[in-house]
Design a protein around this ligand. Sequence first.
Ligand code: PLP
Length: 636
Amino acid sequence: MRQRNIKNLQERIDDNSTHLVREPEAMKGRWRELFGNDRPIFLEIGSGKGKFISERAERLKDYNYIACEGQDNVCLRVLEKAEEADPDNLKVMMKYIHDIHEIFENGELEGMFLNFSDPWPKERHAKRRLTHRRNLKGFFDVMRPGGTIEFKTDNDDLFEFSLEEIEDQGYEILEFTRDLHAEDCTYLSKEFMTEYEERFMTLGKNINYVKFRKPQEDPGQTGGNMIFVRENGRTIPKEDKIFAISNRAKEAIAKYGKENVINGTVGALFDDDGKLIVLRSVDRVFKSLTPDEYAPYAPIGGTPEFRTAIKKAAFGSYEPKGFTEAVATPGGTGGVRNTVSNFSAPGDRVLVADWFWAPYKTICQEIGREIQTFKFFNEEGGFNIDDFKANVLELLEMQDSLVIIINSPAHNPTGYSLTVTDWRNIKAIFEKTPQDKHVALFVDAAYIDFAGDEEQYRQFLPVLDEMPENVLPIVGYSASKTFTMYGMRCGAMICIAKTPAIAQEFKQACEFSSRGSWSNCNRAPQTIIAKIFADPELKKMVDEERAEYRDMLLRRGRAFEKAAKECGLEMVPFDAGFFASVPMPNPDEVAAELEKENIFLIPLAKGIRTSVASVPEDKCVLIPARIKAAMEKLAK
Ligand code: PLP
């Protein structure tokens, strides 16, 4: 709200400046020193006349507070209040914050209050809203792990927008109400009101309120606990989440017997007896290798025979018009890493779907990038092209280049395969984006041979070929599932470039990265794949064997889906692939509850994933009802 001009404003500010921090940037990393104690520090952005923060500072003496208000004539009121009460736990800064990192060191704050902030109602101004995802991300950077944001507003539209941002970013909501001052609401925040709030309350307007935090990846085990290790912005858990749960499942099997345990954790194919499936044809070729065929170093980008064969494996009968180069990688994982490191810049965000394979985030953290998610599904359960577009446009405005990872066909963990129309829609978006901004479109095709008919599920490839010039499609191919070579660590990244120079540059940069990380890849699986593609009879055997297991997977997934329907459990429709997923707000808690019953599944950000690849059909049908029961138990 505009305030009247105040006479002798500067003079009055100077007269009331005991609590004013004139150069907040100079205090970065030293706020504790300024307060002279180690008490947690809370910041209010947009303090108005300071009623809320002054009362808080007065009543809650164990905490330090910083009031921040940009309008000098309004901020004067905060200063006057502070001058009068003279609290030793309140500081004031007169500032519009544009970049929070300029004022606070990472982890310096305990929490933040955003009260009745400007709604910026025009859509094109959405980024200026304090609860826009970009701002929230910065706020959480400067808070200690577990720090909270409390947000109050009378503006219902702004509240809806903020809730979507909070949910999309996977933040954890701790308190929530659309009517903070309802009689039965007991949140502490109700006891501290701003001037606005008081006025709206008397007018009978509801006040929306939400308190939320960034979930800790591994509560209590991370965040500055390292001894020698430099965390470098990463959150390093004690163990890999999936492998840790899988190990607990194995221990349970050893203790209680495999018939009494369900292990739906690891994405690898197991038969009904719980034995890892290895294609017999592949096994036979492996055992026939001579030392010359497996012992020598392979060239960094892969043997020439492998590079030719792996393109055929990825593209099937389709022959791209673009210029292709294949570079060997240790599994599909290596392709993700090489793509992120070569086609994005440090600090960039990489765009992935909100249902995503967790290592995408690990890889980004590891090399100083972050992920940003778009909503994978729309209301009808199809690919959410609108949210995809909004995120692409936002990131292209912020960055000079962009890496996008799309896992399809048979997406992990939902099984969804983008349709040819979905791909055409994606292409249409890029045709309209600024052509000077480069996009690396990484198609993670790790499950391409488990989606259904191999040719049918490769029909999207021509659309990749037709992408505009500013887009470089890269297909990430994994031999882990397709050839049951999980531990042999074999895969490839293959570009479809518009010019030979781009393809050459791709090869050169990716080989450089390979040399600087894993050096070269295993020769044995490269030889096996080259042999399979050089021998049509052998290739036919491999395909037939795999098709058998693909059908087994489909049966398991459908049995799971049917059982979910029967017990009324909502799930992400099962299309194909290794996993069946159930959305829920509290996956970690539900997974922990299921573990008590010896059911081991993987909690993800938005739900629980069951690897139907590792659970026999007769057990798949039992899982949905157990998940539902655990969810209901926790909801009580
Ligand atoms: N991409 C996705 C979505 C996956 O689920 C996996 C494996 O689980 C991979 C890529 C690559 O795996 P690998 O490195 O074993 O080939």
